[in-house]
Design a protein around this ligand. Structure first.
Ligand code: ACM
Length: 755
């Protein structure tokens, strides 16, 4: 965090001596593509002469004038202006901009008004927080986004949020150059948009009798007895759409079908497949209630979608399509006869048929259908766009078929997941998606070629609100993870640098405070998650990006608080052989707020002795035993009978294995070229386990989506038995192991790593 201390020194100089530093710190998020800073700065005049090309350019530059407390004299003569804000046809990207600040003034050029808007957002981030703006750094920025779809979703159906909050959400999205607001408006637990032709959708469907208390898994279920609900009138919807448009955000409405429709079917049971639900859902989960594929239902849906399409001028209408159980269709005589008539082989083909009919309604208005990746099942229309949420598999398949894709994989972009150890976080749905996990996500999978990658419009984070009852809690889950996402979708893979992001994030926390955002305080950095040590004592260096915060820690496994030991400079840790030690550290901000703890587990280990090879008898690469069984845990694999065996050059799923639901036991000899601490990263979907000799290095067992776990081991130089157990229980699949050698950096394993 060296850069941070330099920046802080600059800030202190600025504050104490009221002197202008020769270089004002620049900490723009998302990081621009090209930025060069010159020494010196530009003094903001009280009454700059401004040339703004057209009314919209004028409105956009007013945002900057207001923030700097300046009153412009607008001129029609560009040559006479201090500031020039204009549309040029130079940039290749419609949303790009060029911002130049030199001693004579400011020039902002863009290909479009959106580009001008983003240029102003960058300029606003150059201003000090809570201080009058007097100077701007001299610089030149050439910028454009990596992706055209930079989305944030919000589920207002599980919990309803007022339009004031929706506006705040849009304000924050705009600050970070996000441009698609996916408004999840209908659900089992509430219908949130006024439809004039069907008033019961909101009269009955917008309210539920009560809400589950605690987590769904806490049995028996308890309810709060409080009526919950609300909806947006069409006038309010128009207000939000216009508010978003002023911020260059397109609102994408989602109207769920054929499942997740309990509230609608309670209001209008005549469109249900059976007699319909007896109430708006009060529990979370997936419900069997489903629209009936009858003509009258399509008339209803067409009426609803027409009102929706009148309100939302954007290109896309999201129709859900996810998690639609087929049991009621299986039991319905009408539905079964319809399937026969239409030649539909199963209920998945029926869902596909249903979605295609709805797509016609949407296409008739010149709009495009967007749906969750289940719309692939049973056949996909060539013109539909897919949101890949169950990992990336759906997105990859859709891109291969030539459909457009938005990546929203649960493992990286579900902001309803935990952000740290669950026992120290407010109740969330599950999962773990840290700030770093979001930051490292890249929406272009390497499995697909450049032409297929071009189908990936971008990425989006989803904020499902079963366990997020308040706007404060929404903010806690979204910030600062949305800032990390903004670099994923705007800056792109080549520009990303997590350490640099954290330095810049430090400058944004006061800005988030000024915007009254209840963000999650980042925990201190510097602790290893599962680290091993060779020496009896070692030094830990911790840091926090919170300005002027203190770090307090414990070594006894208890949660630190304001009375725990204060960290300064570094921490000397002593640890006996074969013992383990848990280090926990929190950051406490200047105003007394405490972060969640960072947790480090340290184990002292003697090096694992190298194995003696009997004249190379064991050499010859890796062997993978293949099991055709539905495992639930890796421990079942070794007890099973293998079907066959494959040779592998690196640990991975053998290319011959094409299906799903299987297990692997991969064994061989890993060559440690030098003695020391080796770190491995095991990524799998589903469970996996890494052992070296008899030592367990990484336990990543259980049913889960693609995710990584790390582990360390001390190795003698030489040959070591390595074993990887892995199973795929259906759904997505994947297995990958990477290594970090002593004093090395992360790299892929190759054939040469195995004897
Ligand atoms: C989803 O999370 N059911 C799209």
């Amino acid at each position: 965090m060296k850069k941070l201390s330099i920046l802080l020194v600059a800030d202190v100089l600025f504050a104490c001596q009221a002197e202008v530093p020769s270089e004002i710190p620049i900490a723009i998020i998302p990081l621009p593509q090209e930025i060069s800073q010159q020494k010196g700065n530009y003094e903001i005049p009280a009454n700059p002469m401004v040339y703004a090309q057209g009314e919209e350019a004028k409105r956009i530059i007013q945002l900057f004038l207001e923030a700097t407390n300046t009153e412009a004299n607008f001129t029609e003569d560009a040559n006479a202006a201090d500031w020039k804000i204009m549309i040029s046809e130079e940039s290749a990207n419609k949303e790009g901009y060029q911002l130049d600040i030199n001693a004579d003034g400011v020039t902002l050029k863009a290909d479009s008004h959106a580009g001008l808007f983003y240029g102003v957002q960058s300029a606003l981030q150059l201003l000090p927080v809570n201080k009058p703006a007097q100077h701007l750094p001299l610089l030149s920025i050439s910028d454009s986004p990596a992706f055209s779809w930079r989305g944030m979703h919000l589920d207002v159906a599980r919990h309803f949020f007022p339009i004031e909050f929706i506006k705040k959400y849009l304000d924050m999205m705009a600050m970070y150059k996000m441009n698609r607001f996916h408004w999840h408006l209908t659900e089992d637990q509430g219908w949130r948009i006024e439809i004039k032709k069907y008033p019961l959708l909101t009269e009955k469907g917008a309210w539920r009798e009560e809400t589950l208390i605690g987590h769904y898994t806490d049995q028996p279920h308890q309810f709060d007895g409080q009526r919950h609900g609300g909806f947006y009138t069409q006038a309010e919807v128009k207000e939000i759409v216009a508010y978003a448009a002023q911020r260059y955000i397109t609102v994408v409405p989602e109207i769920e079908m054929p499942g997740h429709a309990t509230a609608a079917l309670f209001a209008y049971p005549e469109f249900a497949t059976d007699e319909g639900p007896d109430k708006v859902a009060t529990l979370w989960g997936v419900f069997d209630d489903i629209f009936s594929p009858e003509e009258k239902t399509f008339v209803f849906l067409e009426d609803v979608l027409n009102e929706v399409m009148d309100l939302f001028p954007g290109e896309y209408i999201h129709i859900g399509g996810d998690e639609a159980p087929k049991v009621k269709w299986e039991q319905s005589q009408y539905t079964q006869e319809l399937m026969k008539r239409e030649g539909l082989a199963d209920e998945f083909e029926l869902q596909s048929w249903f979605i295609r009919r709805v797509e016609k309604i949407i296409n008739a208005r010149g709009k495009k259908l967007l749906g969750w990746d289940e719309i692939l099942e049973g056949g996909l229309s060539p013109t539909a766009t897919v949101m890949s949420w169950r990992g990336e598999a759906g997105g990859i398949e859709a891109a291969k078929r030539g459909n457009d894709v938005v990546m929203t994989p649960g493992f990286a972009l579900y902001f309803d997941h935990y952000q740290g150890a669950p026992q120290f976080e407010p109740t969330a749905i599950g999962g773990l998606t840290t700030l770093a996990d979001v930051y490292k996500y890249h929406p272009l999978p390497t499995e697909i070629n450049a032409e297929e990658q071009a189908r990936i419009l971008g990425a989006q984070a989803n904020v499902w609100t079963e366990y997020i009852p308040t706007t404060d809690q929404v903010e806690y889950m979204v910030f600062p993870r949305m800032l990390a996402l903004s670099e994923v979708v705007w800056s792109g893979a080549d520009k990303k640098d997590y350490a640099d992001f954290q330095d810049r994030l430090a400058h944004h926390l006061p800005l988030l405070d000024a915007k009254d955002i209840n963000y999650r305080l980042p925990e201190p950095v510097g602790l290893g998650v599962n680290a091993v040590q060779m020496e009896s004592s070692f030094e830990l260096v911790l840091s926090t990006i919170l300005p002027n915060a203190e770090i307090r820690y414990t070594l006894d496994g208890t949660l630190p608080d304001q009375n725990s030991a204060v960290y300064s400079e570094s921490l000397e840790i002593e640890i006996p052989m074969d013992a383990s030690l848990k280090v926990m550290a929190i950051a406490i901000s200047l105003d007394g707020r405490q972060s969640a703890p960072a947790i480090g587990n340290y184990t002292r280990q003697a090096p694992l002795p190298a194995v003696q090879m009997e004249d190379g008898a064991m050499a010859g690469g890796l062997t993978a035993q293949f099991f055709k069984q539905n495992f639930r845990t890796v421990s079942q694999i070794e007890e099973a009978e293998p079907v066959t065996e494959y040779k592998l050059s690196v640990p991975q799923i053998p290319v011959e294995v094409t299906g799903s639901v299987f297990g692997l036991n991969i064994q061989g000899i890993f060559i440690a070229r030098e003695a020391g601490i080796y770190e491995f990263e095991l990524n799998s979907d589903d469970g996996s386990l890494l052992k070296m000799g008899k030592r367990e290095v990484i336990n990543h067992d259980g049913l889960h989506g693609p995710s990584s776990k790390n582990g360390q081991i001390v190795l003698e130089q030489g040959n070591h038995l390595i074993q990887i157990l892995y199973f795929d229980a259906g759904g997505g699949r994947g297995l990958k192991l990477r290594v970090k050698e002593p004093n090395g950096s992360w790299r892929e394993l190759t054939e040469k790593d195995f004897n």
